[in-house]
Design a protein around this ligand. Sequence first.
Ligand SMILES: Cc1cc2nc3c(=O)[nH]c(=O)nc-3n(C[C@H](O)[C@H](O)[C@H](O)COP(=O)(O)OP(=O)(O)OC[C@H]3O[C@@H](n4cnc5c(N)ncnc54)[C@H](O)[C@@H]3O)c2cc1C
Length: 511
Amino acid sequence: MPRSHSLWQQTTTALTTSPLRNHARADVCVVGAGIAGLTTGYQLAREGRSVIVIDAVAVGGGQTALTTAHLSNEIDDRYEEILRLHGPDGARLACSSHRAAIDRIETICRLEHLSCSFEQVDGYLVLGRGAKERDLDRELEAARAAGVEVDKLPTAPVQGFSSGPCLRFRNQAQFHPMKYLEGLATALQRHGGQIYTGTRAVSVEGGQPAVVRTADDLIVQAGAAVIATNSPFNDIVAIHTKQAPYHTYAIGLRVPAGAISHALYWDTEDPYHYVRLQRTTARELGGDTDERVDILIVGGEDHKTGQAQDADERFERLTQWARERFPAARDVEFRWSGQVMETVDGLGYIGRNPLDAGNVYVATGDSGMGMTHGTIAGILLTDLIQGRANPWTDLYDPSRVRTGAAMEWVKENLNVALQYASWLTPGEVSSIDQIASNTGAVIVENGRKIAVFRDERGGIHKRSAVCPHLGCIVAWNPAASTWDCPCHGSRFDRFGAVVNGPSPKDLEKVT
Ligand SMILES: Cc1cc2nc3c(=O)[nH]c(=O)nc-3n(C[C@H](O)[C@H](O)[C@H](O)COP(=O)(O)OP(=O)(O)OC[C@H]3O[C@@H](n4cnc5c(N)ncnc54)[C@H](O)[C@@H]3O)c2cc1C
């Protein structure tokens, strides 16, 4: 079974264009062609601005290809927490902005004739192990106060799942995220925007103009720069001490068509489980008929990035959990994993980049709600760049500090500080011979920590294990075959090339 290969990657082909070949100029340069970057680029291009989007890999080359694409205005940190941290007005704005994001996705699908299985469904929050019904009651009250359309039921009126007491959220939605991105990219180009894939940005300087420099030493000059790389590579500290990287796992199980109702399902555990269905066809999955196939997608088992290496056990636990709750579940056809950035106060950072010139913007910290946060980014950043007031500006301001989040800030930064102790620990294995084919491990060589990957032919690839961002020691991630930094979530492919910021550079070569 392929590792980290999502249902979406199986049923679409990665959209690539030519790389940037010359210096360029535009009203706005967007870095990152995930949902946040493409939505922003699309919105601006629709308003007649000239837009250049660059991406190091491909359209959907990051976490948007690995999402489970629940579209919800029930915040995954729960409204009880959002009310405590952001107050009643903040909670109402959080609710209305995520609602607006779902509606905007639907509108874009209609306007641009996108075929991406957009579907309105209800969402159900059910009790996890050890939870009490009063947990649901408190969330019901908080969500209602924020303006969410929610009610409590003794059991969910769905097929194939016996929920027990639950909250029902009306008019949530789901879609095929990669088909949506493909359509959005085409629409952006139709509105005059340009997309260059295989083009990595290595620095961004604000000012008149803002200058985005690429790894090929080309520059894009622009009136504004938007960094939508999921984790900003242009910010060393300001944002990264306020958000923490988590790794999360998903599986796709075949179920008999129609046996389980299409809906969004979550439980109250921490980390929580998240579930939905996707309808596809045997042909899309590589077969030769158009027979309907339903895939049950189940996610969870999150942990701090780079701080666990038991992926197989986590996938197994997810499988067991799915089989117990959804008896119709059959074979596991997909398993994959990815990273989410959790902010200390439960909402994304979208707006002007702290400590930077006024025309550099970021979108990050979207947690398990990146589809709506990414769409909010598209709406909010377009307003800011176009000089329009937007009621969500303060709520998502990347410079904000919420006093109620202080304990979470201390906890996450203490965890980061503890990671530096791994400079002093022995390697994960004592000799290269102990590293199996297609696997990596950190060893100590001449007093230095080295990240060693053994390829399928036995070839050995060595890089320094020190993350170029702030010097933590990376760890092998067996689920995605990447080197992951446990401090701020920089990730590198098995050969050491950076795939996710904040590190702007690859792992150093070892001489
Ligand atoms: C398993 C899983 C389940 C999830 N489930 C949900 C869910 O149900 N609902 C939900 O709303 N969210 C969910 N999320 C979160 C959501 O997928 C992400 O938050 C969202 O996709 C992030 O989108 P983005 O555009 O910010 O970043 P990405 O999609 O990561 O896009 C960033 C892009 O930037 C590019 N890039 C990076 N660095 C550079 C550089 N230096 N130069 C140029 N390009 C660069 C990358 O190649 C990438 O294409 C889930 C995430 C995971 C992993």
